[in-house]
Ligand binder design. Structure first.
Ligand code: NAD
Length: 367
């Protein structure tokens, strides 16, 4: 693997070329006539441990889209696990089809059998359009699944831990930019007050930050505003507000050619995956605009830390929160490397992740 070889939209002709460029170890196509299951499991890298990553169900317009999605997502999980110091590799699965129409117990259990056939090389969890109940069906056919409800001995909802990691990343960024990690009186916009955003707002308000929130879900927005005292702002307004920190906690690709010149914030630190529309170009554009970016795949890793501990049987919320606290120091390390090498923070984070995979890979060479 190398940053240089990395590509965003694999356009090469053969599948082997694509997985060769992106560095995947294994791609598994799962097909079952009886249940209508069509799934792809991407195992990107297992040097550090078994590949852990959620299963996403999506009505992809083309098979090509599904392949691109699973390849990108599984590679992202490799970096997330590596930078977080976890002994886990990167993997992800996609199920093709409309979840409202074809998802049922049989389909999920058949998928579980495919996961089981990989003997633990791939461990699944919830992602888009998957519910805890679906993971219970998968669990009927395999032990290689995480994110099981607490009532069944699992770690339950990872969102509070994810939010805590984002909060730690934000504090480390504040220390870097403002010289103090206190968020008291800092103005912060949180875009999306779903599971993670809501817990994040609670941390920020508790510390005395002035928080602005927005969401497409009016009811949720009102509820969070009422319970925390955060101020509601318009959806498009978020990019123009005179704030210190912008925290994307809803969608990916919100950091792009249109939004970067509008931002007044000096820090971007949020939970959403793939915030940079173009990982490389927008990472460097932020550098030009003197905006400090806390890489999303690092600061939103609390959820992975949670399910990873569940898989290894070491889970307690207290220990997951403690481990997630380490995101602060890793952020600082990334900022230092980015400054020393005059590279974007995104590139610095990928570099540190790749170095860990390379060095631990060598440790494993001898029996
Ligand atoms: P969620 O679905 O609970 O919350 C997302 C919120 O964003 C919803 O309230 C939704 O209404 C809102 N939203 C959607 N489009 C919007 C828009 N255009 N403008 C403003 N708000 C909008 O999801 P979540 O679990 O809170 O996750 C938030 C983000 O963090 C997602 O991108 C997710 O992939 C990522 N993430 C979550 C976790 C986790 O532990 N839940 C872990 C890692 C990454």
């Amino acid at each position: 693997m190398s940053v240089v070889k990395e590509i965003e939209n694999p356009v090469s002709e053969s599948l082997f070329e694509k997985v060769g460029i992106m560095g995947h170890e294994q791609v598994v196509f799962c097909n079952d006539e009886a249940t209508g299951l069509k799934a792809i499991i991407g195992i990107h890298n297992t040097v550090l441990g078994p590949a852990l990553g959620g299963t996403r169900m999506w009505n992809y317009a083309t098979e090509q889209e599904a392949i691109t999605d699973v390849l990108r997502l599984s590679r992202g999980m490799t970096y997330k696990a590596a930078i977080s110091g976890l002994n886990l590799g990167g993997g992800k699965a996609v199920i093709i089809g409309d979840a409202n129409k074809i998802k049922n117990e049989a389909l999920m259990r058949r998928f579980g059998r495919f996961v089981d056939s990989l003997g633990g090389r791939y461990i699944t969890a919830e992602d888009v359009n998957m519910k805890t109940k679906d993971m219970e069906y998968v669990h009927m056919e395999t032990d290689h699944v995480t994110g099981i409800p607490e009532s069944m001995g699992g770690s339950g909802d990872p969102s509070p831990v994810t939010a805590y990691g984002v909060y730690m990343g934000m504090k480390a960024s504040a220390k870097q930019v403002f010289g103090s990690d206190s968020l008291k009186d800092k103005k912060v916009t949180v875009q999306g007050v779903g599971q993670v955003g809501m817990y994040l707002v609670e941390h920020l308000v508790k510390e005395g930050a002035k928080v602005y929130i927005t969401d497409i879900n009016e009811a949720k927005l009102k509820q969070v505003a009422k319970s925390t005292g955060a101020e509601v702002v318009g959806m498009d307004e978020v990019y123009d507000l005179d704030v210190d920190i912008y925290s994307p906690c809803a969608l990916g690709a919100t950091v792009n050619d249109d939004t970067i010149p509008r931002l007044k914030a000096k820090i971007i630190a949020g939970a959403a995956n793939n915030q940079l529309k173009d990982e490389k170009r927008h990472g460097y554009m932020l550098l030009d605009y003197s905006i400090t970016y806390a890489p999303d795949f690092l600061i939103n890793a609390g959820g992975l830390i949670n399910v990873g501990a569940e898989y290894y049987g070491t889970y307690t919320q207290e220990s997951s929160l403690k481990q997630t606290e380490g995101i602060y120091d890793t952020c600082t390390r990334i900022f230092d490397l980015a400054i020393a090498e005059k590279i974007s923070t995104q590139e610095a984070a990928i570099k540190i992740a790749e170095q860990r995979i390379e060095s631990i890979g060598k440790v494993k060479l001898s029996y």
